[in-house]
Design a protein around this ligand. Structure first.
Ligand code: BES
Ligand code: MN
Ligand code: ZN
Length: 503
């Protein structure tokens, strides 16, 4: 779908449909909406009076214009109560309207920024409109062959505005949002792919797409290199699978030559069966998305490069399968990590932390200014916070605050869980330095506590995305399945970081 801004009056603009938000409990329209309604002899207010749409968030009601304006239809969409309207509600409303447009088989639609009364800046509003439309229309259909011909996509979305100052600031924002949304699609596609089509080798090939950008360098390391590095925790997990493991390193240099790196580390389990500690069969298929953290890191680097952000970022993605093969690691095994510290295996299903500890140690080689890891790490985090929230733990309050802010700005919200010293007791092992599972109590936290032993002195935040990475229930602008969560959060974080670096 092509997206662009055009100077003009929305009432004079020709398209298949104009999207117009309706606020709850408001019988009278105002501003640009009132003007539009006047042109149409009160059509919209009549529809509201008739009770066809109350304005409840995400309600939709399409109507023909019968020539009152050049646009063929108006798609009314509920925006909820005006006082409760937020950027996130805006994203959702545009997404719902866009899906309605698609289900009507229309080729294009339009809207105007004049319709959305928010105190936020115009570039934020423009970005939310684009994100809502693109993210809400996402589908994963490459394996649908029978109904292939019936699949229709909207070709064009035009945002019309007559105000010059608005166009000046909103136009680049629209382009930016398009870039970020593409990176979210990239991550969603990767996490949606079945395990047989998204192996560690496939992931490395996806990284090559990122590496085509300017100022991006890629290294893909194999198991021989990992052995030399002493990454025996990572290798331990990989041993149960015949698919060769890959350690993917993407460096983006957009900042000053000698400015320190920000390290992003993403869990890349292309399939997690649990290994010898085999998972129950129910929903095991969803474990094809256990590389969502790695996908988010790669998506964030893609967007950072496309946006030419002035930061230096390294993305580290250890990628492997976790399978119960003949050489698989076993409960009771003790593995020596790259850091030299040892870990006793209690459950082979606690594999994410095993591959991450070596990646975190490796991150230290960059002497990074911050380390952020993203991982579908624990079911416990989903139990604690639900499906829509990212669990945050870490050692650095300033860094946590920055992540929190980026989360609020993007709607990819985080909630902190404590990482107090007491939790270390739960991961003490009788035979090794640590054990890889502290049992069920505080499961999300004990996982983070183990990771914390491998980050050295660097400011670090761990984001457990096990809940929001794969949705069983759709959200307004996130369809069911792979969400691409983390991409927008990380990009916003990097954008804000870059602003800080300017002074
Ligand atoms: N990939 C899973 C965590 C997960 C569960 C992600 C559900 C998304 C949805 C992880 O590798 C895992 O199996 N964790 C175990 C840890 C336990 C054995 C200590 C868990 O959460 O049960
Ligand atoms: Mn597991
Ligand atoms: Zn896992």
């Amino acid at each position: 779908m092509k997206i662009y801004m055009k100077k003009g009056t929305v009432t004079n603009f020709k398209s298949e449909a104009i999207v117009v938000p309706i606020f709850q409990k408001e019988k009278r329209l105002s501003g640009a909406m009132e003007l539009l309604d006047k042109k149409c002899n009160g059509l919209i207010e009549e529809i509201i009076r008739g009770g066809d749409i109350e304005g409840k968030h995400l309600q939709v009601f399409p109507t023909h214009t019968r020539g009152c304006i050049p646009a063929k239809r108006i798609v009314l969409v509920g925006a909820g109560k005006r006082k409760e309207f937020t950027l996130d509600k805006l994203r959702g409303a545009v997404a719902a309207a866009a899906r309605e447009v698609r289900s009507l088989n229309l080729k294009n639609f339009s809207t105007s920024l004049e319709f959305y009364p928010l105190e936020q800046t115009i570039d934020q509003i423009a970005r939310a409109v684009v994100e809502g439309a693109v993210l809400g229309l996402y589908r994963f259909l490459p394996y649908k062959t029978v109904e292939r011909k019936e699949i229709r996509e909207i070709e064009e979305f035009v945002i019309v505005d007559k105000r010059d100052a608005v166009l000046r600031t909103a136009m680049p924002a629209v382009d930016e949002a398009g870039i970020i949304a593409s990176a979210v699609y990239f991550a969603r596609d990767m996490a949606s792919q079945p395990g047989n089509e998204m192996t560690p080798t496939d992931m490395a090939n996806e990284a090559r797409k990122v590496a085509r950008r300017n100022n991006v360098a890629l290294k893909v390391y194999g198991e021989g290199w990992m052995k030399k590095m002493g990454m025996n925790a990572f290798l331990g997990v990989a041993k149960g699978s015949d698919e060769p493991a890959k350690f993917i390193v993407l460096e983006y240099r957009g900042g000053k030559m000698n400015a320190p790196f920000i390290a992003l580390v993403g869990k890349g389990l292309t399939f997690d069966s649990g290994g010898i500690s085999l998972k129950p069969a129910e929903k095991m298929d969803e474990m094809k998305s256990d590389m969502a953290g790695g996908a988010a890191v790669m998506g964030a680097l893609m967007a950072a490069a496309d946006l030419r952000l002035k930061v230096n970022v390294v993305g580290l993605v250890p990628a492997t399968e976790n399978l119960p093969g003949g050489r698989a690691y076993k409960p009771g095994d003790v593995l020596k990590t790259m850091s030299g510290q040892t870990i006793e295996i209690i459950s082979t299903d606690a594999e994410g932390r095993m591959i991450l500890v070596d990646a975190l140690t490796y991150a230290g080689r960059y002497k990074p200014e911050a380390i952020i890891d993203l991982a579908t790490l624990t079911g416990a985090c989903v139990i604690a916070l639900g499906e829509n929230v990212i669990g945050m733990m870490g050692t650095d309050d300033a860094l946590k605050e920055k992540i929190r802010k980026a989360g609020d700005e993007t709607g990819e919200r985080v909630w902190e869980l404590p990482l107090w010293e007491e939790y270390n007791e739960l991961i003490k092992s009788d035979v090794a330095d640590y054990k890889n599972s502290g049992g069920r109590p505080g499961g999300a936290i004990t996982a983070a506590a183990l990771l914390g032993k491998f980050v050295g002195k660097y400011p670090w935040v761990h984001l457990d995305i096990a809940g929001p990475a794969w949705l069983s229930k759709e959200r307004p602008y996130i369809p069911r399945g792979a969400s691409g969560v983390g991409v927008r959060l990380l990009v916003q974080f990097l954008k804000n970081w870059q602003q800080k670096e300017k002074h």
